[in-house]
Ligand binder design. Structure first.
Ligand SMILES: Nc1ncnc2c1ncn2[C@@H]1O[C@H](COP(=O)(O)OP(=O)(O)OP(=O)(O)O)[C@@H](O)[C@H]1O
Ligand SMILES: [Mg+2]
Length: 220
């Protein structure tokens, strides 16, 4: 995967769309109860990880202290976006009951990342553990927002479990790719566990020849 280069495109339409999404998150968070925001989608490759990284950058730029926590223990990808090592990460942090600071990668001003660490044989047990919930509670003291990258809802149950402890959920839908029925099922599964869906992002929307895609955020 190519090196992530959002910084080179700060003034692009895409960056502008993300700033709107960030502003909407702030409106949704008027009571300041939202710390952890989970990003997910129905299927693979709809833009979850891209959305997490871009959103984290614009929010960090707006002086929010941001942490990206890679909770896609099936196909971790955040480290690839930043070309950082994934030799150790979340899984090791939980196993060793260590200080989280030893596992944090500083990416930019106000932007830190914790990668997954080596893919475990029991991802669901980790996602469903008391330890991960306690860790997220602890991390919440040090950051304005924690963005959680997750696997696709229609393929594994991890995101539904994560939705039970994330404060808010944003669902990415890929224009022309995600079938309505699948997207509807994802929303129903999330609502079934009382997830707080604060928005959907319509990704990969064709605009014109020069600016192939953009993101559209629907406020819920
Ligand atoms: N708006 C967009 N326009 C063009 N390409 C995009 C857009 N969003 C994502 N992509 C590309 O689509 C591919 C998949 O994106 P990404 O890895 O973010 O998806 P994902 O949903 O996290 O995938 P996975 O299910 O494997 O975790 C990447 O190559 C990414 O660069
Ligand atoms: Mg991903």
């Amino acid at each position: 995967m190519e090196k992530f280069n959002f910084k080179d495109h700060k003034n692009s339409t895409i960056a502008e769309s993300y700033r709107k999404i960030a502003a909407n998150i702030e409106y949704a968070n008027i009571d300041k109860n939202i710390k952890t925001i989970m990003l997910t989608s129905s299927l693979a490759s709809e833009g979850k990880t891209t959305t997490v990284c871009n959103l984290a950058h614009v929010m960090a730029d707006a002086n929010k202290k941001m942490l990206i926590l890679d909770l896609d223990l099936r196909k971790p990808a955040v480290h690839r976006k930043y070309n950082i090592s994934n030799n150790v990460g979340l899984v090791d942090l939980l196993m060793n009951k260590d200080d989280f600071n030893n596992y944090v990668h500083n990416i930019d001003k106000n932007l830190e990342v914790i990668t997954t660490g080596k893919i475990p044989t029991n991802p669901f047990e980790i996602i469903n553990s008391k330890a991960i919930k306690e860790l997220i509670k602890e991390l919440s003291k040090y950051f304005d927002y924690i963005l959680l990258d997750t696997p696709p809802i229609a393929l594994v149950s991890d995101p539904i479990t994560i939705a039970t402890y994330a404060d808010a959920v944003i669902l990415t839908i890929a224009h022309g790719e995600t079938e309505k029925e699948i997207a509807r099922k994802s929303v129903a599964s999330l609502k079934h566990v009382n997830a707080n869906i604060i928005g959907t992002i319509l990704n990969k929307v064709p605009v014109n020849k020069n600016n192939k895609y953009y993101y559209q955020y629907n406020y819920h």
